[in-house]
Design a protein around this ligand. Structure first.
Ligand code: F6R
Length: 620
């Protein structure tokens, strides 16, 4: 949450800062701002609203200079407003900084700084940090240090950060030390881009695409001093670090909307390809199993595992539920799916044979990271299923599996979900083949997986039909989503998609559970979306559907092609190709993503930037 950019070099900083903020806008869009060194002052432009509004402001009030920082905000402390927008100023303008994270002890620090005469104008925790750096700088100056020297400013940042509790990714400019930018991280991601005679900073690699291919990901407690010609990396507690320069693996096509109106729709339509990418090179037909390059565990260790904990948040947690069914069915290993936000503070019994998988698109979700660290600290093998290469979770895990889904820009997760389910299917196959799963069963799973990209292409053909159904139901204020077995997590995911982008209340349930309470919600204005492809308990789900119809509830069904029985009961049917039960979530999730998309559009909502949300949740 919140996106940070920075630039030092020979060119006008504003170009990169604004473009970078546009690319990071998915991290928060309550307000945006930039600060650029102009001679012996630092000029600031900031505004409530989207980066586009900031860009307009910068046209009206131009701002020049070649060292600058920028920020796009997801509000935590202090409402979205011009004054609460970053950058924030410390002291009398000698320090200007942007921040992503939360300063937990801001209240006590603010009292202390007030007593020292510092005046607070905003409701943010970040202003406390800005004044704290200014205070530490004044202490250095009192001791005779020169404020135009980088060493003095670095010391001030270092001393301030040692007093802070919480998380931060920061970029700081000092009025009296032009041409230098100081960055630091603890808990909130930062990446430095190394150019020719210039350096870039960003919260993730997306702003760097097209500017440089060499990047350095900062680790917790690291600080970077950036000038046009150089980068100095240090540990907060002293000591130079050697930068580990990596090659940027992101492609600019990910950011190109192409023929689509929104990223969400583009990403829904990318799913045949992203599933293909998740499978590529991982199917071992000779051994009838899957193979992974980065698990970093030997077969003996893997065979010892007698329990798996999958931990995640939101959509990734729903993928974890599908993973639980898959792994238990194929590998017969007991699996628990834990909300990361709960697991991090619980202490469930785990043995030395328990393996942890953190599932995350961004690789930066604060709760997932904390849960993973807690499990790692206890000595469990801790792996990640992650999309963003070089993200904190990907780097800190003992090993893992990348999704290879490309950047997901839409705030509502779509292609990452199906890629996660694909990877979890591969994992279940792999673990299963180390245990009970027979060779022919493994071969069958492989051939079904190979067919999935085409099945997804066929599924996408329902788009026009889903659009028509959305037009019929978009005025409803409540929806129920119901499914059983592998389609229960799909029902949860369908309801989440609708809630988050259209602001319509929706509940996902196992279809048979609805008669234990939620059925009371059913009336002629409350549609129920049934996920009912052919499965072992298909007749039971059909009975659940009848129960809703008996109460005059409208029914939208997602069913297998050729299923006429469903059409006799449901008001509307969306057909998907028939696939084996365990692969159904890959096809049944797609029309639900489309339904949410079209209902949101018809209700006039911003599908790619839903209110109150941000793509990467880096606060607890
Ligand atoms: C919903 C959505 C969120 C994320 C959740 C976890 O569409 O995107 O629920 O799934 O915030 O994010 P990651 O997967 O990045 O850890």
């Amino acid at each position: 949450m919140c996106g940070i950019v920075g630039y030092v070099g020979p060119k006008p900083a504003l170009t990169y800062l604004l473009e970078g903020l546009f690319r990071l806008e998915y991290r928060g869009y309550d307000s945006a701002g930039v600060a650029i060194q102009q001679g012996d002052a630092i000029a600031i432009r900031k505004k409530t609203g989207r980066v586009g509004q900031l860009s307009q402001l910068c046209q009206e009030q131009p701002i020049e200079g070649s060292t600058g920082i920028g920020h796009t905000r997801w509000a935590t402390h202090g409402e979205p407003s011009d004054v609460n927008s970053h950058p924030h100023t410390g002291g009398n303008g000698e320090v200007v900084l942007v921040h992503n994270g939360v300063i937990e002890n801001y209240a006590s620090l603010r009292n202390e700084l007030r007593e020292q005469g510092y005046v607070f104008r905003t409701g943010t925790d970040t202003e406390v940090l800005a004044h704290l750096v200014a205070f530490e700088l004044s202490e250095e100056i009192k001791m005779g240090a020169d404020p135009s020297r980088t060493a003095t400013n670095l010391k001030a940042v270092e001393s301030a950060l040692k007093r802070v509790k919480g998380t931060y990714g920061i970029a700081v400019l000092f009025r009296d030390n032009p041409g230098t930018l100081i960055a630091a991280r603890l808990g909130s991601p930062l990446v430095v881009g190394i150019g020719k005679g210039e350096h870039f900073l960003a919260s993730d690699a997306s702003p760097l695409v097209g500017y440089t291919e060499e990047v350095v990901y900062l680790s917790d407690h690291e600080m970077a001093v950036l000038t046009a010609d150089g980068m100095q990396l240090l540990h907060r507690d002293g000591g130079a670090q050697t930068p580990d320069v990596k090659v940027l693996e992101q492609a600019s096509e990910d950011l190109d909307l192409g023929e689509f109106e929104h990223y969400m729709l583009k990403e829904i339509f990318e799913q045949p390809t992203t599933i293909e990418n998740a499978l590529r090179g991982r199917l071992d037909e000779d051994e009838a199993t899957a193979r992974f390059g980065g698990l970093n565990l030997d077969p003996q260790q893997l065979r010892r595992i007698d329990r798996i904990v999958l931990t995640a948040c939101g959509t990734s947690w729903h993928a974890g539920l599908v993973g639980e069914y898959l792994i238990e069915e194929f590998a017969r290993i007991p699996v628990e799916v834990e909300y990361a936000s709960e697991l991090r503070y619980r202490n469930p019994p785990m043995t030395d044979r328990t393996m942890i998988f953190a599932i995350t698109q961004s690789g930066e979700t604060a709760d997932t990271l904390a849960a993973m660290r807690e499990c790692k600290r206890k000595g469990h093998p801790t792996l990640a299923i992650c999309n963003v290469v070089g993200s904190t979770i990907a780097r800190e895990a003992d090993g893992g599996i990348y999704l290879h889904a490309g950047q997901e820009v839409g705030v509502a997760s779509t292609k990452a979900f199906t890629a996660q389910v694909t990877v979890l299917t591969l994992l279940a196959l792999f673990l299963g083949r180390m245990r009970h799963l027979s060779y022919p069963a493994g071969k069958r799973i492989i051939s079904h997986l190979q067919a999935m990209p085409d099945m997804l292409r066929r599924t996408l053909e329902c788009h026009e039909q889903v659009k028509t159904i959305a037009e019929k139901y978009y005025g409803a204020e409540n929806f129920l989503y119901l499914g059983r077995l592998y389609n229960f997590p799909v029902a949860l995911e369908g309801a989440l998609k609708l809630k988050e982008i259209s602001y319509v209340h929706a509940e996902g349930y196992p279809a048979a559970e609805m008669k234990h309470g939620p059925i009371a919600l059913v009336d002629e204005d409350t549609p129920s979306v049934f996920v009912v492809p052919k499965c072992n308990i298909y007749p039971k789900v059909m009975s659940n559907m009848e129960e809703i119809k008996a109460r005059r509830g409208p029914v939208i069904a997602v069913a297998c092609e050729g299923d006429d029985k469903v059409a006799d009961i449901a008001d509307d049917v969306i057909y998907v190709p028939p696939v084996d039960e365990y692969l159904q979530p890959l096809v049944t999730a797609v029309p639900l993503q489309m339904l949410a998309y079209h209902i949101a559009l018809l209700r006039g909502c911003n599908v790619d930037r839903p209110r109150n949300l941000a793509k990467s949740v880096t606060v607890e």
